[in-house]
Design a protein around this ligand. Structure first.
Ligand SMILES: [Zn+2]
Length: 249
């Protein structure tokens, strides 16, 4: 954890991989904190990096970026938006440092659905050809249906369970939560996954949540957290081991 490390530890350390957790600051239904995605990013990054470190991976976790792309939530109070072009600028600067110092592997650990780093990493990949640039969405690492009863993608049963496990003092009693009911687009093609338009959040949900949260428990959260952590740790180990000049078989 770079933010908790000192120069004595870092100056001669052999580091092959930098992990950059990336969150968002936004309302999460009535019952969860604005920093939910940050808290998740912090905990997954720390727990997965610990496992990877213990398996011999030479990696460091950079401090979590707390703001994400929230262009669809402009009218929700204090949801803080940064533009994709700002993310490009931030990533360019961080990657320039890594590239100059010979740390040629980066994994972005993404915690927020509005962040999409793929096109940005395509662009920066051409600019920094020695760098191996990658991203992962922890919330897609395992099949949620095996852990939770109700589907959703924001302040849902999954996120509520995670926070009940990680930071229970920051979650209101679940009878104070909204139902997270989502209105669907009248044009069915936008719900099929192949056609896309940004959701206008305040028209889609009344409580800012998407997904019924009230079946959440800390036990479900712990089980899911452990499964995701193990898979993310394995990704970190594999990327550390990998020869970027010989990736395919
Ligand atoms: Zn979230």
């Amino acid at each position: 954890m770079l933010a908790e490390s000192n120069w004595k530890e870092i100056k001669d350390a052999a580091i092959e991989l930098a992990v950059l957790p990336w969150g968002a600051t936004e309302a999460h239904n009535y019952h969860m904190p604005y920093g939910t995605d940050i808290i998740e990013a912090d905990h997954f990054a720390a727990a997965a990096a610990k496992q990877a470190w213990e398996r011999g991976a030479k990696l460091t976790v950079l401090p979590t970026i707390p703001f994400g792309v929230n262009t669809g939530q402009a009218d929700i109070k204090l949801d803080i938006n940064i533009y994709p072009s700002t993310q490009l600028a931030i990533l360019n600067d961080i990657i320039e440092v890594l590239n100059r110092q010979g740390i040629y592997k980066l994994v972005i650990l993404n915690s927020h659905g509005g962040n999409d780093f793929r096109t940005i990493l395509r662009e920066l990949g051409l600019k920094y050809p020695k760098m191996f640039l990658s991203s992962c969405n922890w919330y897609q690492a395992v099949n949620k249906k095996e852990y939770f009863e109700h589907p959703g993608d924001h302040a849902d049963e999954m996120e509520t369970s995670l926070l009940l496990h990680l930071t229970p003092g920051l979650v209101l009693p679940l009878d104070e939560a909204g139902d997270g009911k989502e209105k669907k687009n009248k044009i069915k093609y936008f719900t099929e996954g192949w056609a896309w338009a940004e959701r206008r959040w305040s028209q889609v949900t009344e409580d800012t949540g998407i997904g019924y949260p009230k079946a959440a428990t800390k036990e479900k959260g712990e089980r899911f957290f452990n499964a995701v952590t193990e898979k993310v740790a394995d990704l970190f180990v594999e990327v550390c081991k990998m020869d970027a000049g010989d990736m395919y078989e």
